[in-house]
Design a binder for this molecule. Structure first.
Ligand SMILES: [Zn+2]
Length: 259
C-alpha cells in the first residue's frame, strides 16, 4: 500500500472525469491505494474539481488553496469560496501555497501576502499546510515561522528541493518533506542525500502528477501509479525493504493529514 501525497488529478489534464477515474483505478491496481489531489495551481475552479474527485473516490482526499502562481487571484470572494470548500470532510489540508521566485508569475509582494493570509486561515481551520517553495532563498520558512505555522496542524514541503541542512532545520521545527519522482533522476544527488539524512518518520512520497515523471518513464505524462518507482528508489537509497518504505511513508502521510 502506497500513499501518493501530492498529485493533480484535474479532469482537464486527464481527459475528463472518466480519464481521472481510469487513472485512479490504475493506481489502486498498482497498490497506490491512497492519494491526495491538490486543489490549487490550475486557476479558477481547481479546488472545487479536486473536492469533487475526492468525493467520488474512496482513498482519495483533497486540499484547497491558491498556488503562488495564481496569488493575484486571491481576493476576499475567492478566499470565502475556498473556506466553504475546506469544510468538506474530504478536504484534509490547505495548499499548495508558498513562494515561487523562479517563475515569478505573480509579483513577489502579492505572493507574500497570499501566503500569509492562507497560513492564517489554515491555522484557524486547523488544517495542515502544503508548501511550494521555489527559489525563495529561505523566505518561505521565515514567513512560516513569523506566522506561527509550526504551532498548527502541520507543515509539509512538497517536492522537496532543499539541501540537508535546510531539511534538518525544517524537521527540527516539526515539518515534513515529500520526495518526488525526480529522486530517480541522475542529477538528483542532493535529493538522495536528503532521503539518507531525513528522519524516516518525516518522509512522504509523491508524484506531483502530471509533472516530474520518474525514470525510466521520464518524458511521459505522470500519474499516481508511478509513485511506486519513487518508493523503489527511496528504499534503495535508504537501504530498507521496499514494503517497509511503502508502509512508513503511508503512515507518515496518514498522520500528517489526520486520516
Ligand atoms: Zn503540485
Amino acid at each position: 500500500m502506497i500513499f501518493d501525497s501530492h498529485c493533480h488529478l484535474d479532469p482537464r489534464t486527464y481527459g475528463g472525469d472518466a480519464g481521472v477515474d481510469a487513472v485512479i483505478a490504475t493506481a489502486k491496481a498498482a497498490g497506490v491505494t491512497r492519494m491526495l489531489t491538490v486543489g490549487a495551481g490550475y486557476g479558477d475552479g481547481t479546488a472545487a474539481r479536486a473536492v469533487a474527485v475526492a468525493r467520488r473516490h474512496e482513498g482519495v482526499w483533497a486540499s484547497v488553496g491558491v498556488h503562488p502562481h495564481d496569488a493575484s487571484t486571491l481576493d476576499d470572494a475567492a478566499m470565502e469560496a475556498l473556506v466553504a470548500l475546506a469544510l468538506d470532510p474530504e478536504v484534509v489540508a490547505w495548499g499548495e501555497v508558498g513562494l515561487d521566485f523562479y517563475y515569478d508569475n505573480a509579483p513577489r509582494d502579492v505572493q507574500r501576502d497570499a501566503l500569509r493570509r492562507q497560513i492564517r486561515v489554515a491555522l484557524e481551520l486547523e488544517l495542515p499546510l502544503i508548501l511550494h517553495d521555489r527559489d525563495s532563498e529561505g523566505e518561505t520558512l521565515e514567513i512560516l515561522k513569523d506566522e506561527g505555522a509550526f504551532h498548527g496542524a502541520g507543515v509539509l514541503y512538497h517536492c522537496y528541493a532543499g539541501d540537508v541542512p535546510q531539511m534538518r532545520e525544517l524537521v527540527a521545527l516539526g515539518g515534513y518533506v515529500s520526495i518526488p519522482g525526480t529522486v530517480t533522476w541522475r542529477k538528483a544527488e542532493q535529493t538522495r542525500d536528503v532521503v539518507r539524512a531525513a528522519p524516516p518518520d518525516r518522509l512522504l512520497v509523491e508524484t506531483d502528477a502530471p509533472f516530474l515523471t520518474p525514470e525510466p518513464l521520464r518524458g511521459r505524462r505522470n500519474e499516481p501509479c508511478h509513485v511506486a518507482l519513487t518508493v523503489d528508489c527511496v528504499a534503495a537509497v535508504m537501504g530498507r525493504p521496499r514494503d517497509e518504505v511503502a508502509r512508513l511513508t503511508t503512515e507518515n502521510a496518514c498522520r500528517f493529514f489526520g486520516i
